[in-house]
Design a protein. Structure first.
Length: 229
């Protein structure tokens, strides 16, 4: 089946891409929406320019479009982008967000294509542990929930980070996978990437109880390890 995979450069969409590649789907495109506002309900905001590097590293054509990210208009903008693609289905990294998944499903139903969500309703802790097992190199690039501080920015998701996220979940109800926007991530390397993303320059932007890592320069680097696919 020919599919377009919705990607942000973050862990969930990267893991969804890994699954469909492993299962033999024909990934024709990576697709991204670029919100012009940081309060988008549907789409990832920080450092979205890096999705170009992610797509180049994956070796898959990228299609993208901007959205004003105002209410349901951003859904219509996504529909317009997906409608322009010659595919049989769309893949998303949705885990537990009914808001996100029902809207993507609605678009697919209107267009007449399938909606594929490999991570849907999977145990969040299992997802994070699988990221560790697959040796995805993932860092946290934004936080916006009680319990997080500046030290979380640029922190790698490793065994200690997973334990600390589980603790924040117990204490404050923070989603372990950040499904509610509590934190955002960037994948620097993954088994299916031909090159890895290297951050050259970045600065911390902090406002009140949250902030993000503003990456101003990044580049692709060659890597020599064998693919796991």
């Amino acid at each position: 089946m020919r599919v377009a995979v919705l990607v942000t450069g973050g862990k969930d969409s990267a893991l969804a891409l890994y699954y469909v590649l492993k299962e033999g789907y024909d990934v024709k495109y990576l697709a991204s929406m670029i919100p012009l506002r940081e309060d988008s309900w549907m789409f990832h905001y920080p450092n979205m320019w890096l999705v170009d590097l992610f797509a180049e590293a994956a070796g898959v054509p990228l299609v993208k479009a901007e959205t004003d990210a105002v209410g349901e208009k951003e859904v219509e903008d996504l529909k317009r982008l997906i409608s322009s693609l010659d595919v049989d289905g769309v893949v998303s990294g949705a885990v537990a967000s009914d808001y996100q998944k029902t809207r993507i499903e609605g678009i697919c139903k209107e267009i007449g294509i399938k909606c594929v969500a490999p991570l849907w309703h999977r145990d969040p802790l299992v997802i994070l542990n699988e990221i560790l097992e697959l040796k995805l190199d993932v860092i946290i690039t934004a936080v916006s929930a009680y319990g997080f501080d500046k030290a979380w920015l640029r922190r790698k998701i490793d065994e200690k980070a997973v334990k600390d996220l589980a603790k924040l979940n117990r204490l404050y109800g923070v989603s372990i996978v950040g499904e509610g926007g509590e934190y955002e991530t960037l994948v620097l390397d993954a088994p299916f990437l031909r090159k890895r993303i290297h951050i050259v320059n970045a600065e911390t932007v902090w406002k009140g109880q949250g902030g993000y890592l503003k990456i101003t320069k990044a580049e692709l680097q060659n890597k020599w390890r064998k693919s796991m696919l």
